[in-house]
Design a protein. Structure first.
Ligand SMILES: *Cc1c(COP(=O)(O)O)cnc(C)c1O
Length: 397
């Protein structure tokens, strides 16, 4: 491999850039996970992670990718043949639905157009019809990373409440947690699934389940086979700061610093930084004359913008060119969107200049690839990132 001078721009919506202090925190000698020293670390991260999910209840931490968190949520609370209501926001929702089928659940998949978040009214209508309460869980993806849409979790909670439906509410926050407002307790969520490698700015390898008392009660009745994922074993060991198996010790060192890093900036400031980057990115896309995959402006994702490629142009060829010429990785289109869209990640560790640079790289790539566009989108983004309020207003029109 030839040397690439300068920094690699990792502008995919996860895994994200790991800040050096977090990376350095993981580069420590491995310690005995049954030692007193580890117990201290375990207690710190188990307490600290609750402040990110905004919960007083336990958060379970697994050595797994985010997908493991999906599985843990389902197998701990349900039984074979249970009906679960899911909503097709895009690729990740579809993968979770496929998993539910593999686990012998009976998902009822409300079809979506992959261009918007969940339709709360459709969920409410479905729940209202289920007078026998056969549906045991409603599962939604907060931020659909494939399409760049954010869904209304509180709206779904309200739909459950209005219909008096007792189903558990499960939410995938793998690409939203720590990047945009989320409140496990206040929003009445029963299981929140998270992962380490997106907003938490860690390498891949940790999956999270925040749980409610209702979810814990359901887990005592649930009969789906579970072994590694069993909440009970994990919670028993966690009470003193330990884990039933060997935890991802070095990632937990990193997690401690990641939590501190988020609080040092301030969660609200972190959320505002993501919102600003997202607004600047969308303004650039609009200026270039392209559409975002998200067709509902109010549901645009704060962490990823999915850009529809003009007809007749390959998004993958464009991404390959940008990688080769400018050393920047852009996200690929997933499932049916393969080669039709590219995704610009603005999630985790970045600043205004990172986004300005990334958008300049996209625009330079468009010119180099000969893809018709209106030049100047990166400059519009710069004006927004630089705080020019008028630019922001104009872009919004
Ligand atoms: C990345 C992602 C996943 C999958 O996580 P893995 O760590 O790859 O298993 C699931 N859901 C959403 C919304 C994601 O963004």
């Amino acid at each position: 491999m030839s040397h690439q001078p300068g920094r690699h721009f990792l502008q995919i919506p996860g895994p994200t850039n790991v800040p050096l202090p977090i990376l350095a925190a993981t580069a420590r000698p491995v310690i005995d996970h049954r030692s007193a020293e580890f117990g201290q670390l375990g207690r710190e991260v188990l307490a600290g992670i609750k402040t990110i999910f905004k919960t007083e209840n336990p958060v379970l931490i697994y050595a797994a990718s985010g997908t493991g968190g999906w599985e843990s949520a389902l197998v701990n609370t349900l039984q074979a043949g249970d009906r679960v209501l899911m909503y097709e926001t895009g690729h990740f929702a579809a993968l979770w639905e496929r998993m539910a089928r593999k686990l012998s659940l009976k998902p009822e998949f409300i079809r979506g157009d992959w261009r918007s978040g969940v339709d709360v009214a459709a969920i409410e209508a479905h729940l209202a019809e289920d007078r026998q309460h056969g549906i045991k869980a409603v599962c939604i993806v907060h931020n659909e990373t494939a399409t760049g849409t954010l869904s209304d979790v509180q709206g779904v909670r309200a739909a459950l409440d209005r219909t008096g439906h007792p189903a558990l509410l499960m939410v995938d926050t793998i690409s939203s947690l720590g990047s945009t407002d989320y409140r496990h307790d206040a929003w009445g969520v029963d299981v929140t699934v998270g992962g380490s490698q997106k907003g938490l700015m860690l390498p891949p390898g940790l999956a999270f389940n925040a749980v409610s008392d209702k979810a814990l009660a359901a887990s005592r009745q649930a009969t789906l086979p579970r072994a590694y994922w069993d909440w009970e074993d994990m919670l028993a060991a966690n009470r003193t700061g330990y884990f039933p198996q060997t935890p991802a010790i070095n990632l937990l060192y990193g997690l401690k610093v990641a939590i501190e890093t988020l609080h040092a900036e301030g969660l609200d400031a972190v959320f505002a930084r993501h919102a600003r980057a997202a607004a600047a990115t969308r303004a650039a896309v609009r200026h270039w004359g392209f559409e975002t995959q998200c067709a509902v402006p109010a549901q645009a994702s704060p962490t990823v913008t999915t850009v529809r490629m003009p007809e007749g142009h390959s998004a993958d060829a464009f991404r390959a060119l940008v990688l080769e010429r400018f050393n920047m990785a852009l996200g690929s289109g997933l499932g049916p969107l393969a080669d039709r869209v590219f995704r610009i990640g603005h999630i985790g560790d970045f600043n205004d200049l990172t986004i300005a640079g990334a958008l300049a790289g996209v625009e330079m790539g468009l010119a180099a690839a000969g893809i018709p566009h209106r030049a100047g989108g990166a400059a519009v983004a710069q004006a927004i990132l630089g705080g020019k309020v008028e630019a922001f207003r104009e872009a919004a029109e």
